[in-house]
Design a protein around this ligand. Structure first.
Ligand SMILES: Cc1cc2nc3c(=O)[nH]c(=O)nc-3n(C[C@H](O)[C@H](O)[C@H](O)COP(=O)(O)OP(=O)(O)OC[C@H]3O[C@@H](n4cnc5c(N)ncnc54)[C@H](O)[C@@H]3O)c2cc1C
Length: 452
């Protein structure tokens, strides 16, 4: 890069595409080590402007990404939501998970407490699970910011970055990344206008919503990638007291029911809060988040993991489906009034859901049978789980991504071209994504300091 070019306003030492947790933590680490100038581009809006009621995309796009703006539940465990175990020891990933948690803690004015499950409680839950054919696979410390505290943390975080001269351009979408001798040229679309910026290091932190775009960029740059095997399933909403026997022992346990070579697992257990509908590309999906308001029900995802699962490109549904438990088991549709007047008092917006479709028909039979088996069995641990009035929402999809080939520094075969967070197909979660952003930042820092 010649000096004239560098002095121009369009040159940055590091450009980060995406302002989710992985992009923010990457920028934080670079700032702490005085690497810059840094530009973060984000296709969504800034965090203050995000409002759950604006659009379905608002859940997944915008500064903070989806999780920090929703449930903001930190799973502080090196093995949770990550495939980075293929590069690093559990011990090392644990250290980084705690470090990432510490970054967010710095910006949490509410000083949200970390919940550490006691060995006694883990043992108790493990024994209960074993008695009924389940396995307690993971129990770890959780810091649950909830909504809207996560939003406040993101606001404080971005203010810190801005004070440290990081440029954050919102409503700015990266359209193309091109290799040039000095580094990378990125074509941006900002409020309808095309802008070109250049950098030495390019960090792609585009999350799940940008994974499809990133795959196309990798194709054009001849960076290898492969398909991940997704986990697919449903979310169950039931009265709060039903899931309390488990929740009081371990806040967000991963409980698995083995079924041959496959299994069904619990994911994202919430007490209170609401079911939400969001959209990634063409796919509508559901999830849930808890907040610190009173009321609400309990809800949890049940995900089927099987090598036979295929990436879902389009489920051909225009909205997620809702069905009463009784009808799900009897393989029948639920009438609209039966849902609206349901005893449970469901917490989501029915206008966003479809009750004219049957969940049994959108998924493969094996998946449906496996989930039903889980429900019947889990009712023995949490009586009322299979209650007729409980509601079932579908689909829930995780790991529905391409995995981009990177080395253990999160760098692709192209020098100084990094891929981090959920968009890399290697992580799934706020802390896991953040860890990968920190790893890339540290590699950039060591290059800048001439250490590698
Ligand atoms: C509804 C919901 C609730 C969740 N709750 C939790 C939770 O409680 N705890 C947890 O650990 N995880 C949760 N997750 C998962 C969590 O949000 C993600 O794992 C995490 O945000 C990944 O971080 P990331 O930085 O990799 O990507 P993201 O957070 O997805 O951020 C990527 C950002 O890049 C932007 N972007 C994409 N493409 C482009 C482009 N071309 N140009 C510019 N910008 C672009 C996107 O708009 C987005 O803001 C939740 C997910 C969802 C959908």
């Amino acid at each position: 890069m010649n000096e004239k070019d560098k002095s121009r306003k369009n040159f940055f030492q590091v450009i980060i595409i995406g302002a989710g947790p992985s992009g923010l933590c990457c920028a934080y680490e670079l700032v702490k080590n005085k690497v810059g100038p840094i530009l973060i581009v984000e296709k969504g809006c800034n965090i203050a402007a995000r409002d759950h009621k604006v659009s379905l995309k608002d859940y997944t796009e915008g500064v903070g990404g989806p999780g920090l703006y929703g449930d903001a539940k930190f799973c502080i465990y090196g093995r949770a939501g990550t495939k980075l175990t293929k590069f690093f020891s559990e011990n090392f990933l644990n250290q980084l998970a705690n470090y990432a948690d510490g970054i967010f803690k710095r910006f949490d004015k509410n000083r949200t407490k970390k919940d550490m499950p006691s060995i006694f409680k883990i043992k108790k839950l493990r024994n209960i699970c074993k008695k009924h054919g389940f396995k307690l696979k993971m129990a770890y410390p959780v810091r649950h910011l909830g909504f809207p505290n996560g939003k406040n943390v993101v606001e404080n975080f971005t203010n810190f970055l801005k004070r440290n001269k990081v440029d954050i351009w919102t409503y700015t979408q990266a359209k193309k990344a091109i290799k040039i001798p000095e580094g990378y040229k990125v074509l941006l679309k900002q409020r309808g206008r095309i802008k070109i910026v250049k950098c030495k290091y390019l960090v792609n932190a585009v999350g799940r919503s940008g994974n499809e775009w990133l795959k196309q960029v990798c194709e054009s740059l001849k960076i290898p990638f492969e398909l991940n095997t997704p986990d697919i399933g449903i979310r169950i909403e039931c009265p709060k007291n039903v899931l309390l026997p488990v929740y009081t022992l371990v806040k967000n346990p991963r409980i698995e029911l083995p079924i041959g070579k496959s299994y069904v697992k619990t994911h994202c257990l919430c007490i209170g809060g609401e079911i939400i509908v969001y959209k990634f590309g063409k796919i509508f999906a559901v999830d849930g988040h808890a907040n610190h308001r009173e009321g609400g029900n309990a809800h949890v995802n049940l995900l089927y993991h099987s090598q036979e699962n295929k990436k879902i490109f389009d489920l051909k549904i225009k909205r997620p489906i809702v069905q009463r438990m009784e009808n799900f088991f009897k393989n029948r549709l639920t009438r609209k009034e039966k849902i609206i007047k349901n005893k449970l008092g469901a917490t989501t917006l029915f206008s966003l859901l479809d009750y004219r479709k049957n969940i049994n028909n959108i998924f493969p039979k094996k998946l449906v049978l496996a989930i039903k088996k889980f429900i019947i069995q889990f009712d023995k641990i949490c009586p009322g789980f299979q209650d007729s009035d409980n509601l079932i929402y579908a689909p829930v999809i995780e790991w529905n991504t391409y995995q981009i080939k990177v080395n253990k520094e999160m760098e692709t075969k192209l020098k100084n071209f990094y891929v981090v967070g959920d968009g890399s197909g290697l992580t799934q979660g706020i802390i896991a994504g953040s860890v990968s952003g920190i790893i890339a930042a540290r590699n950039i820092i060591s290059k800048e300091k001439g250490l590698s």
